[in-house]
Design a protein. Structure first.
Length: 345
């Protein structure tokens, strides 16, 4: 099987600059969860550091620890922690910790006390998405407790944050009102958060009032646009990753390509996915485990390269996702973790 994910680091650099200019004066956090959206954590973080990125969103502590090794001077934010062992690892790596429950706040304080350190925390209010976070009715008691722990030197409340659904402007406006009320309550409790962050990719680009001090940008940094939204070109983004494979066998009617569903392609994409070939865009008629089949084209020969999604003239990940009823992130995140990657500077 010849499939590989080709990652254009120059495109990543261009997107970092575009995002930074678009959201200024807010800071842009580069989210690198899931092995940098399958683009490769080591290469993405190293390139981002060279481009001056100072905040990374890691999601989990394991990723955060890996980012810290690559970016010793950056701020690294992790928000999916499970118990005191995770907290200890996070504090050992100097991670900023997203705290979305009273229990986790107590775990952070207990580990910080044991280690004689102060934990940098970002308190999460549930603004209605119910992904996690402290419910508004529990928030006043929560921020009072955070203020007590801050006075004891166990935590430093660096930020307040949340997720929003981005399902409609009206829903997002309601979420923002909850967020603003939570910030006001936190300040009334004596807290002075330096970083307020609510928006991810789409809201950060479309709605300046959602940017606050910082925005968390994942998909857009990789050139993955939102479904049913503006095109990559309209957003000023370049596609960073492309799934490519070589022709393995040429028949009289069909051509066999060295990629299949073990690479992460959905087997149900047959009849929906098209391949950009030297003979033009052609439909993928069958997806097997390690190969896929497309119609023959004139002068097809073994070793020629086709692009299954990514850069033009192929579909982008989101183009394909829209026809499959999903989002562009899922198309990329389904790629096999052991799929070879090739980097272009």
């Amino acid at each position: 099987m010849s499939a590989e994910f080709v990652v254009d680091l120059a495109a990543l650099s261009a997107n970092i600059r575009t995002v930074r200019e678009r959201v200024a004066p807010a800071e842009a956090m580069l989210v690198v969860k899931d092995d940098a959206y399958r683009h490769g954590l080591d290469s993405v973080v190293s390139r981002a550091v060279a481009e001056g990125v100072t905040w990374f969103g890691a999601l989990d502590v394991c990723t955060g620890v890996a980012v810290r090794a690559l970016a010793p001077d950056a701020r690294v934010f992790a928000w999916m922690l499970a118990g005191r062992d995770d907290v200890a690892d996070a504090l050992g790596a100097r991670l900023d910790i997203g705290v979305g429950s009273a229990a986790l706040l107590e775990d952070v304080a207990a580990v910080a006390q044991t280690r004689a350190v102060t934990a940098d925390v970002h308190l999460k209010i549930d603004t209605g998405l119910h992904r996690n976070g402290v419910r508004p009715e529990e928030w006043p008691v929560f921020v009072d407790r955070a203020a007590q722990l801050e006075a004891l030197g166990l935590v430093r409340v660096v930020g307040i944050w949340s997720h929003i659904g981005e399902a409609s402007d009206a829903d997002d406006d309601d979420a923002r009102a909850v967020f603003d009320a939570a910030v006001a309550q936190a300040r009334a409790a004596g807290l002075a958060p330096q970083k307020l962050h609510l928006a991810a990719s789409a809201a950060a680009f479309a709605r300046p009032e959602f940017r606050y001090d910082m925005v968390r940008i994942g998909a857009f940094h990789y050139g993955i646009r939102s479904a049913d939204g503006p095109s990559e070109a309209e957003l000023g983004l370049a596609i960073v990753g492309s799934l490519q494979a070589e022709v393995e066998k040429v028949g009289r009617k069909d051509t066999i390509i060295g990629a299949g569903y073990v690479t992460g392609l959905m087997s149900t994409a047959a009849g929906v996915l098209t391949a950009a070939t030297p003979g033009g865009r052609l439909p993928v008629t069958e997806i097997a485990a390690e190969t896929l089949r497309i119609p023959h084209w004139d002068n097809a020969e073994a070793g020629q390269v086709v692009t299954l999604f990514g850069t033009a003239p192929a579909d982008s990940a989101t183009d394909l996702a829209e026809r499959l009823g999903t989002i562009g992130e899922e198309i990329v995140l389904r790629l096999a973790s052991d799929l070879p990657r090739t980097y272009r500077a």
